[in-house]
Design a protein around this ligand. Sequence first.
Ligand SMILES: Nc1ncnc2c1ncn2[C@@H]1O[C@H](COP(=O)(O)OP(=O)(O)OP(=O)(O)O)[C@@H](O)[C@H]1O
Ligand SMILES: [Mg+2]
Length: 161
Amino acid sequence: MQHYKTSLADEAATLALGKSFAHCLRAGLIIYLNGDLGAGKTALTRAILHASGYVGTVKSPTYTLAEPYQISVQGNRIKLMHFDLYRLRSPDEFTEAGFRDEINTETICIIEWPDKADGVLPLPDIQIDITILDEGRDVDIRAHTDKGESSLSQLRFAPNL
Ligand SMILES: Nc1ncnc2c1ncn2[C@@H]1O[C@H](COP(=O)(O)OP(=O)(O)OP(=O)(O)O)[C@@H](O)[C@H]1O
Ligand SMILES: [Mg+2]
């Protein structure tokens, strides 16, 4: 499976990666976003949304746990759900909130803190791991499914260019 690694010197680089990654989006894609508090998961998601035609504010869905967006993917209107599961008390709460209905072949799901819903979430098509360094961030992106593989093959990102 594809494995892509890069470093991001500053927030601008994180936003540039998000913009590039937007070209990888496909209906129904499930993306896990891992990394410590403040790693840049929401910053990356914000850049993905803005590059996909969403013009409003993108806030961290800290208390609501999820925020829906309408974006444009290859000319089609698609729903994207941005989850931040940090405050999920148990995996069951994900199911009780009705969130499993959002896991379908149409909706794109970007999920921060997926470990909090361990056992109820399906495996991701793409997993993004962000590591905080003394300066900047390291990012590791890997595909876990054929769908994720073909989507990730569209990534064209060279930092500092
Ligand atoms: N490549 C980078 N190098 C240094 N700082 C960065 C980089 N990318 C983003 N940042 C900064 O890191 C912070 C990221 O905050 P953000 O809310 O996106 O983190 P998060 O991973 O979503 O955290 P949480 O788990 O709390 O939701 C911001 O202050 C942003 O300016
Ligand atoms: Mg966040």
